[in-house]
Design a protein around this ligand. Structure first.
Ligand code: NI
Length: 220
């Protein structure tokens, strides 16, 4: 399942993060790529030893973790590293698959949180491949795309302007993507049922099924 989630950040978050990013030191992004991906990776990333990087990534992580739809779709167990990446004109990240283990965490899901107005740069789409074809994503700032780490994907070369984004990986409490998707849909239906009809007998049965399926499949 690939899902786009809006409004991870408030307008204030976004303005402050964009302004801080201008003062952060950026370095060559190749240092965090696996040996094969390194050959096709051409971008910049916020230096890990810059205190502004640490503060910005901590803030981004808090906002991402707190988003209820993200929590339901990803069921995070542990987060791998978060990176703040920047692509300037001529930069891109060719077709690759993410490493299976990122910072000691199994990567079940990858995400990109867009931080730049899409009209301010050309190119820079995140393109995800599947047997049904390719899907391109270039979202509004503060919006995130969550996708399986098992996919081949790329970032199209930026032809004009600058693309700033936060990328990250996580290990889910529910490893199997089909089970995770089923739980996401059942959880969504359960919440809608509660909103529309309150806590009745039907809700109680659906709620029981959801919780017991989660209990059956969860790894914590
Ligand atoms: Ni990747």
């Amino acid at each position: 399942m690939i899902i786009c989630i809006g409004e991870i950040l408030t307008a204030t978050d976004l303005a402050e993060i964009q302004s801080t990013a201008e003062r952060i030191r950026f370095v060559d992004g190749k240092s965090t790529a696996g040996w094969a991906a390194r050959a096709v990776k051409a971008n910049l990333q916020a230096a890990g030893d810059d205190p502004l990087t640490e503060a910005t990534l901590a803030r981004l992580k808090r906002r991402i973790e707190a988003h209820p739809v993200f929590a339901m779709a990803a069921r995070p167990h542990r987060f791998g590293p978060l990176l703040l990446s920047r692509y300037e004109a001529g930069m891109g990240y060719g077709r690759h698959v993410d490493d299976a283990v990122m910072g000691g965490v199994r990567s079940d899901l990858s995400f990109t949180l867009f931080l730049t107005d899409p009209d301010s740069y050309e190119g820079g789409e995140l393109v995800i491949e599947s047997p049904a074809g390719e899907q391109g994503f270039k979202l509004e700032p503060g919006h995130l795309v969550l996708y399986p780490s098992t996919t081949l994907h790329r970032v199209e070369p930026v032809r004009r302007g600058t693309r700033l984004a936060c990328v990250g990986w996580l290990q889910s409490q529910v490893r199997d993507p089909a089970r995770r998707e089923l739980l996401f849909e059942l959880d969504t239906a359960r919440r809608r049922l509660f909103d529309e009809q309150g806590k009745g007998e039907v809700f109680d049965l659906v709620d029981k099924s959801f919780r017991n399926l989660l209990r059956m499949w969860v790894e914590v």
